[in-house]
Design a protein around this ligand. Sequence first.
Ligand code: HEM
Ligand SMILES: *[C@@H]1O[C@H](CO)[C@@H](O)[C@H](O)[C@H]1NC(C)=O
Ligand SMILES: *[C@@H]1O[C@H](CO)[C@@H](O)[C@H](O)[C@H]1NC(C)=O
Ligand SMILES: *[C@@H]1O[C@H](CO)[C@@H](O)[C@H](O)[C@H]1NC(C)=O
Ligand SMILES: *[C@@H]1O[C@H](CO)[C@@H](O)[C@H](O)[C@H]1NC(C)=O
Ligand SMILES: *[C@@H]1O[C@H](CO)[C@@H](O)[C@H](O)[C@H]1NC(C)=O
Ligand SMILES: *[C@@H]1O[C@H](CO)[C@@H](O)[C@H](O)[C@H]1NC(C)=O
Ligand SMILES: *[C@@H]1O[C@H](CO)[C@@H](O)[C@H](O)[C@H]1NC(C)=O
Length: 325
Amino acid sequence: MGGRFCCVIRLWVVLYLSVNVASQLSSSFYSNSCPNLLQVVREKVKEAVKSETRMAASLLRLHFHDCFVNGCDASLLLDGSDGEKFAGGNLNSARGFDVVDNIKSAVENACNNTVSCADILAIAARDAVLLSGGPSWKVLLGRRDGLVANRSGANSGLPTPLESVPQVLAKFVAVGLNATDLVSLSGGHTIGRARCTTFSHRLFNFSNTDAPDSTVETDYLATLQGLCPQNGDGNVTTSLDTGSIDLFDSNYFKNLLNGKGLLQTDQELFSGDDAVNVTKSIVESYNNSQGLFFKDFAASMIKMGNISPLTGSSGEIRKNCRVVN
Ligand code: HEM
Ligand SMILES: *[C@@H]1O[C@H](CO)[C@@H](O)[C@H](O)[C@H]1NC(C)=O
Ligand SMILES: *[C@@H]1O[C@H](CO)[C@@H](O)[C@H](O)[C@H]1NC(C)=O
Ligand SMILES: *[C@@H]1O[C@H](CO)[C@@H](O)[C@H](O)[C@H]1NC(C)=O
Ligand SMILES: *[C@@H]1O[C@H](CO)[C@@H](O)[C@H](O)[C@H]1NC(C)=O
Ligand SMILES: *[C@@H]1O[C@H](CO)[C@@H](O)[C@H](O)[C@H]1NC(C)=O
Ligand SMILES: *[C@@H]1O[C@H](CO)[C@@H](O)[C@H](O)[C@H]1NC(C)=O
Ligand SMILES: *[C@@H]1O[C@H](CO)[C@@H](O)[C@H](O)[C@H]1NC(C)=O
């Protein structure tokens, strides 16, 4: 009698948990259906970063740009002229799509029709950070792929480098992130490159701005003016973290203290009038402790990865990340 009672209870517990967990992500989601997933992805990311160091940054950014538009659903990866790839923040800018295709085919070889493209982006971003010298974390999995891209959603939802701290923060708050997440995740700019066209408005006296931006350190300003002359090639790139280009560390925050943030939105986290009560002290805390930055970055990446995932039977598992099935 006691034994049967215990089993009935256990059944209820199992049912209760499965109902409640169904809509949540879990680090063990594929442990039965695709036990080698994490190794397969790690190996492919390693290969890609070995052949081009910058690819780590590009992969990290793909996950961010995916999650901010319709949630983390791989909508960014969909081809087509109405796709997110053609939105302002992505056109001639987002890169790494071929690498994602390579990872996806390796994953399909290991476990056919099982793993979503959205989850691949989340794992690849984690691996990219780790392989660049940054922190690691347990990636939560179980996202499914969306059926539509949202170009207008990308145009309105992705932060732009011309915005103020309150404007950028509002876009983070809109997806459930806060000022700590804004600052820690902006630390993603410790790796990667940006084109002149994304920051040259800070360098010269244009009629509609009060450039050169007085927060840019003098020598750095001269260097950037030389690299990005007026009417020059806006596609020329330079490192977002001038001190330790491809290394994932806290030097990005040291740069901000020294007027060497590349993008306006980077520097304003420390120097902007609006930053004082919101982001400045967080920047200082990461300057003082790389350990705190790493801890917060990992927590914020998990939070970002949790933005409106499709789970259960919503969406699909795409066979080809570029098109719906
Ligand atoms: C706070 C708002 C943000 C703004 C305004 C912003 C803006 C930008 C811009 C303008 C670029 C250069 C793009 C180009 O040259 O075409 C860039 C690059 C990059 N961003 Fe952000 N970003 C933001 C937040 C983030 C976040 C949250 C992450 C990830 C956690 C991130 C990761 C990156 C990386 C890794 C690159 C370099 C990509 C590469 O080299 O391919 N950014 N960002
Ligand atoms: C995966 O499964 C599909 C059918 O669902 C099949 O057409 C395809 O050949 C399989 N691919 C591999 C690599 O096994
Ligand atoms: C696109 O994104 C906007 C802004 O988030 C949203 O209001 C809209 O419903 C989305 N459209 C689709 C088709 O997902
Ligand atoms: C942001 O949220 C995290 C929890 O997700 C919390 O620890 C942190 O204190 C929050 N930051 C701010 C500025 O509210
Ligand atoms: C921009 O204009 C200000 C005064 O209007 C001048 O002091 C400064 O040297 C100019 N800077 C550049 C880079 O032309
Ligand atoms: C940058 O390159 C793209 C394609 O490679 C081109 O379409 C675009 O016009 C270039 N942009 C600038 C600012 O030169
Ligand atoms: C910012 O904080 C200071 C105190 O540190 C306060 O006097 C000021 O009113 C605050 N400004 C805003 C815009 O909240
Ligand atoms: C920034 O960090 C450096 C150590 O790397 C320290 O010397 C400096 O005082 C810090 N600055 C601020 C404002 O906390």
